[in-house]
Design a protein around this ligand. Structure first.
Ligand code: BDR
Ligand code: CA
Length: 306
């Protein structure tokens, strides 16, 4: 089984990613760590608890960073995911509470307790991951793999011509993650823009799995409306679930190895580009994807739920 910690700012596509991970029999979700991004960290923490409980698998949740390491916070993306993160759904009731430790403390503890077994899957800004590295740099050699949703290597960004949203929201943290000497895979816009999830797909999920598919359909309405108005497509990209899928089925992606750095100022702030910094470790950049298979795996997994 893939032992996963998902660092997240839920968010509609985060919800898709987390339901997929919780439902897939070959993934064990060890915990969720919350970060600001699509929503505030308080809403992200609450939403992470909601998703575990909704899936019938209350999952440990640790609250993380409320702002980026260095730069001033960007406004939250309420026009993309809604003020509460799940489109125009009201805040959902929860039973559980967050852990006492911070996201960075949780990540460090879990990696030290399970050496070479934990896969970290950040699907929000990379602040918690940078803080965990700062707290205990030795995790770089004890983590199995880090698979991020973020960045745009050979394509344009989605919040500026240069930057993808997760990197843009904390470029300094992202650069620390690319600089660390660990096994790092980048699932960026180069591949996530190849998979569109449309209203019929959501309807099919809702018909086959009314509770979880229905939740995604309801949350997805607002998200798709954003894509229609701003991006001009009838559906949304499957950004975050694709990073989780890459932890489980790496053979569905083609990779190129590059040293990557993040521009931390100027007009290109947030850009993920080839680095000339000496000795920078290489990132496995996803440049191709078997789109149909990725989508089918996602559909089958959610539909097998309830
Ligand atoms: C990323 O930004 C967020 O809005 C999504 O949840 C995803 O993690 C895509 O650029
Ligand atoms: Ca996200």
């Amino acid at each position: 089984k893939v032992k996963l910690i998902i660092d997240t700012d839920p968010g509609v596509d985060d919800a898709m990613a987390i339901f997929f991970a919780l439902l897939h029999p070959d993934i064990e979700v060890m915990g969720l760590t919350a970060v600001f991004g699509n929503v505030t960290v308080d809403v992200a923490t609450r939403n992470a608890i909601v998703l575990g409980e909704r899936a019938g698998q209350p999952t440990p949740v640790a609250r993380g960073a409320q702002r980026p390491l260095v730069q001033a916070p960007n406004p939250v993306s309420d026009y993309v995911h809604g003020t509460e993160g799940f489109g125009d759904m009201e805040p959902q009731p929860i039973k559980g509470t967050a852990l006492d430790e911070t996201a960075a403390e949780f990540i460090v503890r879990m990696i030290n307790e399970n050496p070479n077994e934990i896969t970290l899957c950040p699907i929000g800004p990379l602040t918690n991951i940078a803080l965990a590295l700062e707290l205990d740099p030795s995790i770089a050699h004890k983590v199995k793999e880090v698979v991020i949703m973020g960045g745009a290597y050979g394509v344009a960004g989605n919040v500026s011509p240069h930057a993808e949203a997760n990197i843009w929201n904390d470029p300094h943290a992202a650069d620390a993650v690319f600089a660390a000497d660990w096994s790092l895979k980048m699932v960026g816009l180069d591949v996530t823009h190849a998979v569109v999830f449309d209203p019929d797909d959501f309807a099919q999920l809702a018909a086959k799995a009314p509770v979880l598919g229905g939740f995604l359909q309801q949350a997805g309405d607002y998200y798709i409306d954003f894509y229609r108005r701003v991006v001009g497509i009838n559906g949304c990209y499957m950004h975050d679930p694709m990073a989780v899928i890459a932890t489980l089925r790496p053979e569905l992606f083609s990779l190129e190895n590059y040293p990557v750095e993040v521009k931390v100022n100027g007009a290109e702030i947030g850009q993920t580009c080839h680095s000339d910094i000496p000795n920078r470790s290489h990132t496995q950049v996803c440049t191709g994807v078997k789109a149909e298979e990725v989508k089918a795996l996602f559909m089958d997994t959610i539909q097998a739920g309830f």
